[in-house]
Design a protein around this ligand. Structure first.
Ligand SMILES: [Fe+2]
Ligand SMILES: [Fe+2]
Length: 280
């Protein structure tokens, strides 16, 4: 008997079904050999609503993995922590930092984790598991921890700071991705990919001993990317021979258009309610 991993998009920027709500954010439900994991929690509290309509029991979540500290991935955390039974929380220490986005005229907007700090999460969660290094969440299911950054073209994708004076650059060391090995190759789930999509995939290949990647899905944060960077990303994914490319959340229209132009048969959208199943 084969075991399976079932993936359901619970929060995303787009919804094609009238009962399912959309918002700028991401949350992915993962049932890995019946172990229930949540990768990110969306921006507000629509996660619970969507999960209910999709028959996903978020109350039974055993582990919550946060891709990074931004509000559109952590905004639903408080509610989930109060309805689930003390799930483990996997986060990089910098995920709890103050986070701001700064405009050209120096105006700071708070974009960190709303309503919660480390102490509050500790109070509601089972354990906080720090992910500076790769961590195995459940046998075979991993989170990368801090991602090695080697591709020069890939910056964090925005004007991010850790102070409201816009003086201390936020390099988003907390950015991380989830991965596991399926029968067809590695499956990678990205939050926002502030570390860079190519950096993330190269790092995962490195730490897995260069396993082939079958599927990558999630936010690629190419909204503000140059044409050169978008093309570099598309070429890299093509050369890696990735067969399924799920373009979601903050990938950006221009990047989606270019991806489809080059790799139409491999690309798919990830609106709320998208479900995929992988044999392990
Ligand atoms: Fe982000
Ligand atoms: Fe995001």
């Amino acid at each position: 008997m084969h075991s399976h991993c079932k993936i359901t998009i619970l929060v995303e920027n787009c919804s094609l079904q009238k009962d399912l709500l959309a918002e700028h954010g991401l949350a992915v439900g993962i049932e890995y050999k019946s172990y229930k994991v949540l990768f990110d929690t969306g921006q507000t509290n629509i996660l619970r609503h969507n999960a209910k309509h999709l028959d996903i029991d978020v109350e039974k979540t055993k582990a919550i993995v946060l891709s990074h500290g931004h509000y559109d991935h952590t905004g639903g955390l408080k509610e989930i922590l109060t309805i689930a039974k003390r799930p483990q929380v996997y986060i990089h220490p910098n995920g709890f930092e103050n986070k701001y986005s700064c405009s050209e005229d120096g105006l700071a907007r708070e974009i960190g984790m709303p309503d919660l700090d480390e102490a509050a999460v500790r109070h509601l969660a089972g354990d906080i598991i720090w992910t500076k290094q790769p961590v195995e969440i459940h046998p075979g299911l991993w989170v990368t921890g801090e991602i090695l950054r080697e591709a020069n073209l890939e910056d964090v994708g925005g004007s991010f700071f850790t102070d409201d004076k816009c003086l201390k650059k936020d390099t988003l060391p907390d950015d991380q991705a989830l991965y596991f090995k399926s029968e067809l190759g590695l499956v990678v789930i990205l939050g926002c990919a502030h570390a860079g999509v190519v950096n993330t995939l190269n790092y995962i290949r490195k730490i897995t001993g260069y396993e082939p990647i079958y599927c990558v899905m999630g936010g690629m944060h190419l909204i503000n990317a140059t044409e050169e960077r978008i093309q570099f990303t598309i070429n890299a994914l093509y050369e890696m021979g990735i067969e399924k490319i799920g373009l979601a959340h903050c990938t950006g229209y221009e990047a989606v258009y270019r991806f489809k132009k080059k790799l139409l048969g491999r690309c798919f959208a990830c609106p709320v309610g998208t479900m995929m199943e992988f044999r392990l």
